[in-house]
Design a protein around this ligand. Structure first.
Ligand SMILES: N[C@@H](CCC(=O)N[C@@H](CS)C(=O)NCC(=O)O)C(=O)O
Length: 209
């Protein structure tokens, strides 16, 4: 049995979407970051970095959302993380692209637009917003070109890379960044969002912290 410890934000959602697709009988334990629960002794025993998500499986604990997504799909022998070495590397490639590039800039914008006001962390940093917007738009353009002619991110086949990327991109709504100019990204986004796993994961989240 898998148990996921997490919060509302995209790092937890990445793991949740993958779990809903490949092991939907998992348990979800909400960790209230607004109350500092990630700093408790009980939590830091599970994760030395004091951050969500954490996956609990057979008495073992794992942190880092990418590692969790890969592990869960591996344990379940899921085709969403293909066993063919090149195909698997292509899934990894897109996950890494999101962690290091487009997802990084979307997170920066989410931090300014949502986290700062919600956690009273000060005024928005206009320079940081400008830089992140510039890079995010450029990388949305690259992604849009890639998705012209392929339905899914990697191997023309639905994979954990699509779920992982989706969790970053769905932040566009809260940060007020329109996908209108990126028709292929918009179509891909709608394809992923229509999967029952997305609705099931969202339904598990508490309404407020
Ligand atoms: N690289 C990590 C990032 C995890 C992370 O930053 N988690 C945030 C929430 S999205 C967190 O737990 N923040 C609480 C804190 O830093 O105290 C992952 O992908 O899992």
């Amino acid at each position: 049995m898998f148990r996921l410890h997490g919060f509302f934000t995209q790092n937890t959602l990445k793991a949740m979407y993958v779990l809903e697709e490949v092991a939907p009988d998992f348990e979800f334990q909400f960790v209230n970051l607004a109350k500092g629960e990630q700093k408790s002794d009980a939590f830091t025993k599970m994760s030395p970095i004091g951050k969500v998500p954490v996956l609990e499986h057979d008495g073992e604990f794992l942190f880092e959302s990418g590692a969790i997504c890969r592990y869960v799909a591996n344990v379940q022998d899921s085709p969403l993380y293909p066993s063919d070495k090149l195909q698997r590397a292509r899934v990894d490639q897109w996950m890494d692209f999101f962690s290091c590039h487009l997802g990084h800039w979307l997170n920066a914008l989410y931090f300014e637009a949502v986290i700062k006001p919600d956690f009273q962390l000060g005024e928005p940093d206009e320079e940081a917003i400008e830089e992140a917007t510039k890079f995010a738009l450029r990388q949305f353009g690259l992604l849009d070109a890639h998705l012209d002619g392929t339905v899914w991110l990697a191997n023309d086949s639905f994979s954990i890379a699509d779920l992982f990327a989706f969790a970053y991109i769905e932040q566009h709504r809260q940060i007020g960044l329109s996908l209108e100019k990126f028709a292929n990204v918009q179509a891909w986004f709608e394809r992923v969002e229509s999967r029952p796993a997305i609705a099931a994961a969202r339904a598990r989240m508490p309404r407020q912290a």
